[in-house]
Write a new protein. Structure first.
Length: 530
């Protein structure tokens, strides 16, 4: 491997400062790339069509209305027969019935994107090629009969095998995890793979970037993949060119988006994966931006969590990254040199199963794992999530768990980051607390951690929120942990976090401003798009 020609450090720093100063305003970028622009444009078009027919083509208005009715009927027949959640179908009925042309046009805009269609084809083709894994790398005989069913599901249906002899370190915040990530990156000898929804200039990303540039001069292979929507504030294509210009040649964007007409906020790469030499893998809730390590405080204190995996289970994270890398870059690079390596085996109890999910596999892996934990719980289910927007299956599972005596507790943020999502989420929380489920607000700021803990035996830590996007539409990742000593640490941190929260009771909900409650109920029907 030849070493790249890179600028000296002074020039790199100067160029980086100039580039960061030239970054577009995040608010402006979010507007330009946001779906709200599409909605407004489509509504204006429909209103203009009505005005045109009423003012200038009044004689043909009957034909216009007949076409609208016929289009609505065809679309409803199509929607009823489509394989989707019933809540998702119901959401589209209202706009199609009231404003058919707008509703149908918006549906097409959301679901039929050229870039995403190509992605779906590539994923389907990759799925037809079964994975061949040497049994030496994962546990063929799991000594824990109680989880035989979920092990079978993840291994046989979703192709995510179980591992033993795997060490897990748990970090209760981004600032606790960051020094360990830096330490591991600095010791990299062969390769570094980074895949994140968001990266943004600042102390966190600039520190990592300096290390990556140094490692390239040492011959370490570096690959970076970031989401085209999650990184809109830094103009993804321009930033990709910049990274390549300073010596990082392997940089991929997950579906770059088109300004104004970028309706697909869903179907994003929301995963958080860092793999180093096949020795360590980091995942959890943090992205590569200063707010995740509390260097900035836009939402108060940012509560997040990270786990570091060491041992045989790292193989699955390497697989996850390379599989998606090949799909995004449309390449067929051989993964074996990166995954078929010698893994250190740790003298640690328990089973570890890294897994991922995407919008196109028709398996709902993320939801099924959460559902499994809820339905198998005997004592408690403890959940941390920034968003609570549930389908009927998970809602019923949580309620039934509570009704059969399982303690169900959910920690959510008090701070608002997305107003409509926050208001809508509170309506779901109201339904949960009405059925005996305990919900608490994290008062110091924003809780971004995505975790499930149950019965002192089971935990899941990853990127998967408790909402429609994460459970059905996004590319996500997590790690299922059973009877590993780290479960006790995760539960202990949950209790410490809960001590910083205040409970949301029915009385507290009534004190929420009437406007927020009305907005929440109004948008609840559109929950699958929030």
């Amino acid at each position: 491997m030849t070493k790249p020609q890179v600028d000296n450090k002074a020039n790199q720093k100067e160029r980086r400062i100039k580039l960061h100063k030239s970054l577009a305003n995040p608010v402006v970028q979010s507007f330009i790339y946001g779906r709200s622009v599409c909605i407004v444009l489509l509504l204006i078009i429909q209103i203009l069509l009505f005005l045109i027919f009423f003012l200038w083509f009044n004689y043909y208005i009957e034909y216009f209305l007949a076409i609208r009715l016929f289009a609505s009927m065809l679309f409803l027949i199509f929607l009823i027969n489509k394989k989707e959640k019933n809540e998702y179908k119901l959401m589209w009925l209202l706009p199609v019935i009231i404003l058919p042309l707008f509703g149908i046009s918006f549906y097409i805009l959301v679901h039929f994107q050229i870039a995403m269609s190509k992605m779906k084809v590539r994923i389907s083709q990759a799925a037809k090629t079964p994975k061949t894994r040497d049994a030496n790398y994962y546990a063929t005989n799991i000594p824990y009969a109680h989880i035989h069913d979920i092990v079978t599901y993840l291994k046989d249906t979703a192709s995510f095998p179980p591992y033993t002899h795997t060490s897990i370190e748990y970090y209760p915040s981004g600032e606790a995890a960051f020094p360990e990530m830096i330490k591991a990156l600095r010791h990299a000898k062969k390769f570094i793979f980074l895949e994140y929804f968001t990266l943004f200039p600042g102390q966190m990303w600039d520190t990592i970037l300096d290390i990556l540039l140094q490692k390239r001069t040492e011959g370490v292979e570096v690959r970076i993949m970031f989401d085209g929507f999650g990184c809109t504030p830094i103009s993804p294509r321009n930033y990709q060119k910049y990274l390549k210009s300073i010596g990082l040649q392997h940089v991929a964007i997950f579906v770059p988006i088109i300004p104004i007409f970028a309706a697909y906020l869903n179907y994003r790469d929301h995963r958080k994966i860092c793999v180093i030499d096949g020795k360590y893998a980091f995942t959890g809730g943090i992205n590569l931006s200063d707010q995740y390590i509390n260097k900035t405080h836009k939402y108060g204190y940012w509560k997040d969590t990270v786990v570091r995996i060491a041992g045989p289970a790292v193989r699955s994270f390497t697989d996850m990254f390379l599989d998606l890398w090949n799909i995004v870059t449309n390449t067929k690079a051989d993964c074996k040199p990166y995954v078929d390596i010698r893994y250190k085996k740790y003298d640690v109890q328990g089973v570890v199963i890294p897994y991922s999910d995407n919008a196109y596999n028709d398996n709902d892996i993320a939801e099924n794992v959460y559902y499994y934990i809820i339905t198998q719980a005997k004592k408690y289910v403890h959940i941390t999530t920034p968003y609570v927007i549930l389908d009927n299956q998970l809602m019923n599972a949580l309620v039934f768990a509570s009704q059969r005596g399982v303690e169900v507790t959910i920690l959510v943020p008090r701070t608002i980051d997305h107003y409509i999502t926050f208001c809508t989420g509170r309506t779901f929380i109201k339904s949960l607390i009405d059925h005996g489920i305990r919900a608490y607000e994290f008062t110091p700021g924003f809780i971004h951690a995505k975790m499930f803990i149950s019965d002192n035996t089971t935990a899941v830590v990853g990127s998967i929120n408790l909402d429609y996007r994460s459970l059905y539409d996004h590319f996500e990742d997590a790690v299922f942990i059973y009877k590993n000593p780290v479960v006790a640490m995760i539960e202990s941190d949950f209790q410490k976090t809960k001590a910083q929260c205040t409970e949301i009771t029915a009385a507290v909900y009534k004190k929420i401003p009437l406007l927020q409650r009305m907005i929440g109920r109004l948008f609840k029907v559109f929950a699958p798009l929030l």
